[in-house]
Design a protein around this ligand. Structure first.
Ligand code: SF4
Length: 674
């Protein structure tokens, strides 16, 4: 099995401890939460203030950019100022392009982060074929620049992060590997060779990308490669993050998809959530993700490992969508259809008419975010009757979702008349064989497709699957309801591959968004659990549960589902914004600029717009954006189309208008709805 760990009984990856000042990462220590200051590093008082505020809200490690020698010098003053205030939070210097600044920073702070893509390489976007000899000579040149820092860190007891970014790989790596997870990992391992060559092991790795799928694949590959290098030793700790996630809900969702999915598999010892917001806002999100992860790791301890089990995806590094047959209904799903969005409503309502009307009104208010399925659950014949009344009421509304009725097999077996109106019957597969067969027969008589609902542990769900495979002649669908949905669904998918069965799968999220409380934990949970499977190409529909049929809850859940699909790069329903979290290099007010550009362009469905604070890292990090708005100096901006800089040093006051013109010139502009 080529997977870092056991996908069906995930355990925390075994890692060595690395001390960052008094905070120890890895081993059995809790997942450490970190963030980064956004102030000008040379403004010592402002940076110390922000670091203190971060520490006050529970940030355990604070990173500060040091783009120049003067910034690196300021780090010493910041450290001294924090010590004077008795704020012991360890500091990390963030270095790009300036080895000399790294050397100076190592004197002052507890950890240094280097980016192998630009530590000793200037980005020239050169295309050239390197012979093996030339390639090795280049590696040696970079190693010579890097070695003094390694030796100094070793001498001073500093930790080092080898932090690769998808968007800023060196020309050498790009030419040989492309901007691939393989290139990211290779880039980091070259730096590891230098560290290990000097006997230095206080190392942490990161493999960040703004695309959660790429981040997941790169971290997995890194964990595999590190395990190959030293199979018996605990691995180096991982710093997990998704770059340029943006702000608000989308930033949280993208972070939860990438970070949450990796943590769920046991990969990650420290995390940073990057939001285009004040860094203090990142900390509670990261803490919530860490807490949810520790709870998941605890639950997973009861899962029995299956060392011989086949992998659930053909390749854990290059995933693609699992092949599934299409199934009919008012909304066709599976096959090549986009991942569908359904709502789980629980029991049929007592009063069907207002409930159906509220759903119809919500559908009419957001035609671009269609509700494509409504799932309800009946446990009694009386509930079946209420379902029939509800189905009739939905039929009078201006939308036509697939109606899915969840039932135990015994109820489904006699449900032919009462369940009329449901095009799909979701039948619990934990009944007796005779009941399951009778239920499948009743569904066929009613003209409904069957969705077998599996549950329990991975082994229990697979046992249920084997029974339904034996008795279901017609194409059917599957869903999984489990306390451990990700490992259980994966195990089911592995068994489906072995049985050569291409049943489409509906992913049920355990989150219960409501319109009257704090939904942030639910949002993170749903994003992690759905995102983890979606990033692996699993899932033909997602269904989010809502506590109430009325109010804003259904619309909120539908909106969340579409945001998760967009965050996982599976279904685009809105403008995609890629914005950096800002740091001491930032050349304009990133939050205000992002909000302003969003207001002008958020109706441009499918267009990707990057807003980046500086040209040092911005162009590389904005990845696959269609258009880029990048700070290039005080009061001026460079504008990009794809990776090409098309307008330089545009005054900020004119830049918004020029960006809109560029979008228009490239045929991607539509007027906003009036
Ligand atoms: S792109 Fe943004 S976060 Fe990255 S270095 Fe530049 S200003 Fe800082």
């Amino acid at each position: 099995m080529s997977f870092p760990g056991d996908p069906y009984a995930p355990r925390r990856r075994r890692t060595r401890e690395v001390a960052v000042g008094d905070v120890v990462l890895g081993g059995t220590n809790p997942i450490r939460v970190q963030s980064m200051t956004t102030t000008d590093t040379q403004d010592v008082a402002a940076t110390a203030d922000q670091a203190e505020r971060l520490a006050d809200v529970g940030c355990e490690i604070v990173r500060i950019t040091a783009p120049s020698l003067r910034d690196a010098e300021a780090l010493r003053e910041i450290r001294a100022e924090l010590d004077r205030r008795k704020v012991g939070v360890p500091l990390v210097a963030d270095i790009h392009f300036t080895p000399n600044a790294a050397m100076l920073a190592a004197e002052a702070v507890e950890k240094v982060r280097v980016n192998p893509g630009n530590f000793a390489d200037k980005k020239k976007f050169e295309i050239r074929e390197y012979s093996d000899t030339q390639y090795d000579e280049e590696i040696e040149r970079v190693a010579e620049r890097f070695r003094p820092l390694v030796l100094r860190c070793k001498e001073l007891g500093r930790a080092l992060r080898i932090g690769t970014n998808h968007g800023s790989l060196s020309d050498r790596i790009m030419n040989r590997y492309g901007d691939t997870p393989e290139g990211m990992v290779q880039s980091a391992l070259e730096f590891l060779d230098v560290c290990e060559g000097e006997g230095f092991r206080d190392i942490v790795f990161s493999m960040k990308s703004s695309n959660p799928q790429v981040a997941v694949q790169a971290y997995r590959l890194l964990a595999l490669r590190l395990a190959e290098r030293a199979p018996d030793a605990p691995g180096y700790p991982l710093h997990v993050g998704v770059t340029e996630a943006g702000d608000a809900e989308d930033g949280r969702i993208k972070s939860a998809i990438g970070i949450g999915a990796l943590l769920l598999d046991g990969l990650g010892d420290t995390i940073r959530v990057s939001l285009t917001e004040d860094p203090e806002h990142e900390v509670p999100v990261a803490r919530a993700l860490a807490e949810q992860t520790h709870a998941r790791w605890e639950r997973a301890e009861s899962l029995a490992p299956e060392p011989g089990a086949a992998l659930y995806i053909p390749d854990a590094i290059e995933t693609r969508r699992r092949s599934a047959v299409a199934l009919p209904g008012p909304v066709v799903w599976g096959g090549t259809q986009p991942v569908r969005v359904e709502l789980e409503l629980g029991a049929p309502p007592d009063d069907p008419e207002p409930s159906a009307r509220a759903l119809g009104d919500a559908a009419a208010a957001a035609p671009d975010l269609p509700c494509e399925g409504l799932r309800l659950r009946a446990e009694t014949t009386e509930a079946l009757e209420r379902f029939a009344a509800f189905a009739a009421a939905v039929g009078r509304q201006p939308f036509a979702p697939t109606l899915v009725l969840e039932m135990p097999a015994t109820l489904a077996a006699g449900a032919k008349a009462g369940a009329s109106g449901a095009q799909r019957w979701a039948i619990s597969a934990d009944g007796l064989d005779a009941d399951l067969a009778a239920a499948a027969g009743a569904a066929a008589d009613a003209g409904a497709t069957v969705e077998w609902q599996l549950g329990g542990t991975p082994q229990e769900a697979v046992a249920q699957l084997e029974r339904v495979l034996a008795l279901s002649p017609a194409p059917f669908a599957l869903s999984v309801r489990s306390e451990t949905p990700v490992p259980t669904t994966r195990r089911v998918v592995a068994a489906l591959h072995q049985g050569k069965c291409e049943a489409p799968i509906a992913l049920l999220a355990r989150a219960v968004p409501s319109d009257d409380g704090d939904d942030s934990a639910a949002l993170l949970r749903a994003s992690t659990e759905l995102g983890s499977l979606l990033c692996d190409g699993i899932g033909d529909a997602v269904a989010l549960s809502v506590a109430r049929h009325g109010g804003g809850a259904p619309a909120q859940a539908i909106d969340l589902a579409y945001r998760i699909l967009q965050g996982a790069r599976l279904r685009t329903t809105r403008t995609e914004f890629i914005s950096c979290p800002s740091c001491g290099r930032t050349l304009f007010d990133l939050q205000e600029t992002t909000a302003r550009i969003k207001a002008k362009t958020e109706h441009l469905k499918g267009v990707k717009i990057a807003i980046m604070g500086c040209i040092v890292n911005g162009p590389g990090e904005m990845a696959d954006a269609d258009f880029g708005y990048v700070g290039s100096g005080p009061g001026v901006v460079n504008l990009y189309v794809g990776q090409d800089c098309v307008e330089r040093r545009v005054p900020s006051a004119e830049a918004d208008g020029r960006l809109v013109e560029l979008i228009r010139d490239h045929g991607k502009w539509v007027d906003p709805p009036s």
